[in-house]
Design a protein around this ligand. Sequence first.
Ligand code: DC
Length: 195
Amino acid sequence: MPFTIAIDGPAASGKGTIARALAREFGFSHLDTGLLYRAVGAKGGDPVQAAQSLTPDDLRRHDLRSNEAGQAASRVAAIPEVRSALVEFQRSFALQEPGAVLDGRDIGTVICPEADLKLYVIASDEVRARRRAAEIGADPSETLIALRERDARDSERATAPLRPAEDAVVLDTSELSIGDAVRFAVGLVEIRRAG
Ligand code: DC
């Protein structure tokens, strides 16, 4: 049986960095599920059709990281038919041996409710805005507004809202270095794999 790690949390909380580090450490496959929604938003036209016809090339666009692409992703992600078009791909990705790490908003609650480890990664709004602004070269105060708007939409939508699974381990990275956050997560995986 493959080992599945579900990592959820608000925008720029550090979940992508932790997911990539865990995948590297354990030789697992990694899927940044936010990229799927960003690609659907960037395609334009009918979002449901865009989700149903998504190709690997759509995920390689260079304009998917901006605040605008994040906002467009958050808007199309509130459409139930868009979400259901992407479920199968994510679930089959999670079945890869020897394991897979998926990060997003609804991995522990909807996509992989049976995941072996669920992490819910958070950080203060200011820390998240500073990190994301530095990453994409945007203004920190505009990024703070964009993140808050996106988190509100992602948490308040009716279908698969952003929230921790009941059995998720909450990891607050506000005061942690990347190295410390990754070491903590690696330790959790080792404990679960041994058990
Ligand atoms: O992780 P990210 O910031 O790249 O995600 C962009 C948007 O996509 C996010 O604001 C909400 C949506 N999303 C989602 O609804 N469900 C997921 N599993 C991942 C992302």
